[in-house]
Design a protein around this ligand. Structure first.
Ligand SMILES: C[S@@+](CC[C@H](N)C(=O)[O-])C[C@H]1O[C@@H](n2cnc3c(N)ncnc32)[C@H](O)[C@@H]1O
Length: 298
């Protein structure tokens, strides 16, 4: 089993945070597989660690890591609820998770009968995930299909070959990917996704503002321990996502981080509360509905 390197390794970073959150008594979700992924991953190659961050003021580095933790925890729970509602009250039976990484929602959410979920990611990530889940005897709670594709190229052909039906409404999740794409790559991906979305499809992703100037990006770039990851950041869409989505056949709604956190009983404070948000404060999460038959709701 090869190591996860480059952008593939970022999936492990998310799993580390989900594993830590899952041990809290007041956890917002329980991901029993996250710790298994972390335990199974080979030790990372020599790289800067948090011990190398001492040149950065302690308040800044603590604010960054606290903000990153909160961002990933909040978005995990928010998108858990988004997918649960998409398959529940909105009755969608086709779910596509682009850049699924080590997301274990197929194995831990209470899916209704008939849900078909497709997980798209790079081959090494999906192979690692499959091996670890198989070793644990994990069973998906819906029909789950892994689809190997590079999302900067034609990913719809392998998705359709796996059984995806573009004429059926889809619940799409694009969590933690766009920042690793250039503005042109992100717009192309979302345009293609829109072309595959029947009316009534739903789409969710984090960040409705421009990632380039967000406090989280700035904080991460300043830290030696984040150098390998921040070097991968290309910024994603170069305009607020709700503006882009509104012009491309979607009815978007954004959700402010503070409101989402408060609804889960996790108050945010100071700089950490802003980390991960858009530069213009337009919200941390976006949910959109294809066509105008219904209004967005989480
Ligand atoms: C930060 S992780 C997020 C994973 C998952 N969505 C989650 O939140 O747990 C980013 C993921 O994007 C995937 N990814 C990045 N660029 C990709 C590309 N061009 N094609 C397919 N997957 C890609 C990585 O392999 C990784 O699994």
């Amino acid at each position: 089993m090869g190591e996860l390197r480059g952008v593939a390794a970022t999936a492990l970073g998310v799993a580390r945070i989900r594993a830590a959150e899952s041990t809290r008594r007041d956890r917002l979700f329980d991901d029993p597989y996250a710790a298994a992924f972390v335990a199974a991953a080979p030790p990372p190659p020599a790289a800067a660690t948090r011990a190398d961050d001492t040149e950065v003021p302690a308040t800044h580095r603590e604010a960054f890591y606290r903000g990153l933790f909160r961002h990933i925890v909040l978005r995990t729970r928010f998108f858990d609820d988004y997918l649960t509602a998409a398959a529940g009250e909105h009755a969608l039976r086709q779910v596509v998770v682009l850049a699924a990484g080590l997301d274990s929602r197929a194995y831990r959410l209470p899916w209704p009968d008939g849900v078909r979920l497709y997980e798209v990611d790079l081959p090494e990530v999906l192979a690692f995930k499959e091996r670890v889940l198989a070793e644990r005897g994990a069973r998906p709670r819906c029909a789950c299909t892994a689809v190997v594709a590079d999302l900067r190229t034609d990913w719809t052909a392998p998705l359709r070959a796996a059984g995806f039906a573009p004429d059926e409404p889809t619940a799409w999740l694009v969590e933690g990917l766009l920042v690793y794409l250039s503005a042109a790559e992100a717009a192309r991906l979302l345009t293609t996704l829109g072309e595959q979305s029947a009316p009534g499809s739903r789409l969710a992703f984090p960040g409705s503002g421009d990632f380039r100037n967000s406090p989280m990006m700035d904080g991460g770039r300043a830290l030696p321990s984040m150098r390998e990851v921040s070097a991968l950041w290309k910024g994603g869409l170069d305009e607020p996502a709700d503006d882009w989505l509104g012009r491309h056949g979607w009815r978007p709604r954004t959700y402010a981080r503070e409101t989402v956190a408060a609804s889960y009983g996790r108050a945010l404070g100071g700089r950490a509360g802003k980390a991960g948000g858009g530069a213009d404060g337009r919200g941390a999460f976006v949910v959109a509905v294809r066509g105008d038959r219904e209004t967005p709701a989480s």
